[in-house]
Design a protein around this ligand. Structure first.
Ligand code: C2E
Ligand code: CA
Ligand code: CA
Ligand code: CA
Length: 272
């Protein structure tokens, strides 16, 4: 009964109970959001700088939830719940499908036909047995160039380094999909996977970029990541680039790829 249910929770403090109830509510709504088509993708440009010329080479797909009452909700408020409840699997599939659809649209646009899309992949989603076949089918069915799809993984997913992980990543690489390590340097630090995995890109987390002009530790970390990139022949992209000063500093350090408010906030595809 309801009474009994209430008693069972009485060990918890009311704040915690409220948090749990909000989470349950959120996950219920999120479950329906996919079918109700309330999810949308924003895209943020990724820039290549050479000889002071900035070109868009791709975008990162960033999910939003257009809630009927609450308006646009940030992924920071629902990705965790989606991961805990397993909803990240259908949600992540939706993101991949939508991204491929967008690549198809851009194929017909002379200025955008070479753009790639970077998609965030959560660990739970990646660990599913059918993850490779999902990607494979999407690419084949829609006849897109595999190297236009870039998958962003976190270090925590990679350090597991199981046979399954390695095989799956090798298969994705063979397919032509490119791989990026998101938030590089913020996870459990092990560089061992760099020599084992076919990776294309390191993404410097914005927490290292923010104070790069004033904090010598951050400067050194970024310098180190750029040097790792050079030695392993990887592209390195700096995230959270907000000002010209940040951009210029990073260029002078040898960084060529950028993402941040300086070049554009995440927004719907139509604004590009
Ligand atoms: P992330 O992958 O590290 O994405 C970068 C975040 O930094 C984005 O936040 C982006 O809007 C923000 N950002 C970009 N440039 C700047 C800048 O110059 N300054 C500042 N202050 N912020 C900047 P967003 O869109 O709120 O996404 C937050 C996180 O949610 C993402 O972090 C990612 O971990 C997760 N996420 C977003 N979309 C997806 C998705 O489709 N699937 C999964 N699994 N996770 C997603
Ligand atoms: Ca990302
Ligand atoms: Ca990131
Ligand atoms: Ca992040």
């Amino acid at each position: 009964s309801k009474e009994k249910g209430r008693n069972r929770y009485s060990y918890f403090d009311p704040k915690l109970q409220q948090q749990i109830e909000e989470k349950v509510e959120l996950s219920k709504e999120l479950r329906k959001a996919i079918d109700k088509e309330e999810l949308l993708l924003y895209y943020q440009p990724q820039i290549f700088t050479k000889n002071s010329i900035n070109d868009i080479v791709g975008v990162e797909a960033l999910i939003r939830w257009n809630h009927p009452e609450k308006g646009i909700i940030s992924p920071n408020l629902f990705i965790n719940v989606a991961e805990e409840t397993g909803l990240i699997v259908p949600l992540g599939k939706w993101v991949l499908k939508e991204s491929v659809k967008q690549l198809k649209i851009w194929e017909t646009d002379a200025t955008k036909k070479n753009w790639r899309i970077s998609v965030n992949i959560s660990q739970k989603q990646f660990e599913r047995d059918n993850f490779f076949s999902l990607i494979n089918t999407l690419i084949k069915k829609n006849n897109i160039e595999a190297n236009k799809l870039r998958l962003e993984f976190t270090e925590n997913l990679l350090i597991k380094n199981t046979k399954e992980t390695l095989e799956k990543i090798q298969k994705l690489f063979n397919l032509g999909v490119t791989l990026s390590i998101d938030d590089f340097g913020t996870g459990y630090s092990s560089l061992a996977y760099l020599k084992q995995l076919p990776i294309h890109e390191l993404k410097i987390d914005q927490s290292f970029i923010r104070d790069i002009l004033i904090d010598s530790n951050d400067y050194s970390i970024v310098e180190t990541i750029l040097s790792i990139g050079r030695k392993f022949n990887l592209e390195v992209i700096a995230e959270g680039v907000e000002t010209n000063e940040h951009h210029q500093m990073l260029v002078s350090m040898g960084c060529s790829y950028f993402q941040g408010y300086l070049f554009g906030k995440p927004s719907i595809a139509e604004t590009f």
